[in-house]
Design a protein around this ligand. Structure first.
Ligand code: IMP
Length: 187
């Protein structure tokens, strides 16, 4: 669910996943991915910008060599139910008859994922699967199967570990939920 905060807003952050918890789960996910694909390594497709931190940690936990590519899409603004998403940066790799693993940082309603998934499926990959670090289970309403999930989280806006709000907080090494801080009225 989208949350709009004004740029002059002050925030209060509550850590929900520590650096250590994230690292341990990313290592486990790498193990799951490696043993799932065995010899048929997929092309890893990072969805920019948010997934770049997760993808770079994931890649360093994977024992084999994997090829990388990136996509960027515009996120919807305002009413998310339209699902109108636009490709801003497309793949350089041809994915016809290849195994492809889409790498997402956070899936909320799944509308963005669903658009990317349908776009890539139309290019006839051999297989198309999805890994997301975070899944907001209660908001998810797409029909795309998510094959690897790092953490299921409540439907709250989160930042850190690559995820931002208005380009802020991407560099935090942990993941925090964020809320506008409410100032006590002056007496
Ligand atoms: P969805 O289409 O509702 O699944 O949302 C997809 C996109 O919205 C994600 O790829 C993120 O770019 C952004 N997004 C959704 N929830 C969050 C969040 O909690 N923090 C940061 N970005 C988010």
């Amino acid at each position: 669910m989208g949350v709009m905060f004004s740029s002059k807003q002050e925030f209060s952050l509550t850590q929900i996943l520590s650096k250590e918890e994230i690292h341990q789960r990313v290592e486990e996910l790498a193990g799951e991915i490696e043993s799932f694909y065995k010899e048929d390594k997929p092309l890893l497709v990072g969805v920019l910008k948010g997934s770049f931190v997760f993808l770079s940690d994931l890649l360093r936990c994977l024992p084999s060599d994997y090829m990388l590519d990136f996509m960027a899409v515009s996120s919807y603004s305002g009413d998310s139910s339209s699902g109108a998403v636009e490709i801003r940066l497309d793949l350089r790799e041809d994915i016809f008859q290849r195994n492809v693993l889409l790498v997402e940082d956070v899936v909320d309603t799944g509308l963005t994922l669903s658009y990317i998934y349908r776009t890539l499926l139309a290019r006839s990959p051999f297989s198309l699967r999805v890994v997301t670090l975070l899944l907001k289970v209660d908001s998810y309403r797409a029909d795309v199967p998510i094959d690897f999930v790092g953490f299921k989280i409540p439907s709250r806006f989160v930042v850190g570990y690559g995820m931002d709000i208005d380009e802020k907080f991407r560099g935090l090494p942990y993941i925090a939920s964020i809320e506008p801080s409410i100032k006590a009225p002056k007496e």
